[in-house]
Design a protein around this ligand. Sequence first.
Ligand code: DP6
Length: 333
Amino acid sequence: MATAQAQPNIALIKYWGKRDIRRNLPAVGSLSLTLDALWTRMEVKFSADMGEDHLRIDGESAGDMLPRISRCLDKVVGSERPRAAVESNCNFPIAAGLASSAAAFSALVVAANRACIDAPELFEASVIDAVTSRNTIDSARLAGAASGSAARSLYAGIVGLSVGENEIDVATLLPPEDWRLRVVVAVTERGQKPMASGDAMILSEKTSPFYSSWVVNQEQDLDVARCAVSARDFEKLAAVAEHNCLKMHSVMWTSRPPVVYWNKGTLACMQAIRELQADGEPVFFTMDAGPQVKAICLPDNEARVTRILRDIEAVETVMRSGLGSGAKILDDA
Ligand code: DP6
């Protein structure tokens, strides 16, 4: 049995679209922040005595997510594997646009690697050899095959993901201690999102007239963002991240039928952040496949940003986070 913890990551330059659906290869590169205060813990236990896989999320049996988990385990330790009992716990709302699948699948791969190595009697020697020789990028590719954004949660701090012909590459661009960015998450709705991001991006590719220009222009945004990160230029990062986020949502909105994840709280938070910007505060917003607003700021203005967002009527709760480590084994679990 092994337990791993991973934190969600928030993309500043977004992944939206698939180059290859079967391998879940993204159409575009991305850049993200791995958080520290939000987490998912995954416990994996392989057993020769079980006839099928089991999954519990926060103590409840979760049959609908099970096929994706089983497919991921098949890739990590082979489809001839023993069945597994998987327990997932997380300290934030899932499937609500807070990158819960990123944290879940990155933790799952790391926990399954270790659970396999710790129970060699249950696996073929060739599987043990393959798992033992696996490094972080191999695990990131496995996590990314399950959920594109999950590949980034294997890495700490500010993370860049690029897409080659056949595979992705992922790396930390800046470790957490090198730029103390803060993320204030305004939760405007706890319910599950109307459409899974994977399905929505396939719909966008098929139907949005803006999709092809989104893909073509992504490299330019990534270049600007990488430069801003290496120069720790907050203003430059803010401008390109907001622009990229609004472009992704424009592609969603112009899909048929439209994919709209925002609610009135989302708009109220964006408005409040724009007012803070007009008042000279270093802060910017980003939203993913859900109505929550993530405000990125610096330690000195975190208190004000938090206060302003918390006071918005449609905001249910506010969570705060710094940047953290990549997925790792919890040895004392
Ligand atoms: C809007 O990683 O959830 O959060 O690969 O289909 O599982 P699948 O998609 P997923 O998509 C994330 C989309 C996003 C942007 C991002 O995180 O880059």
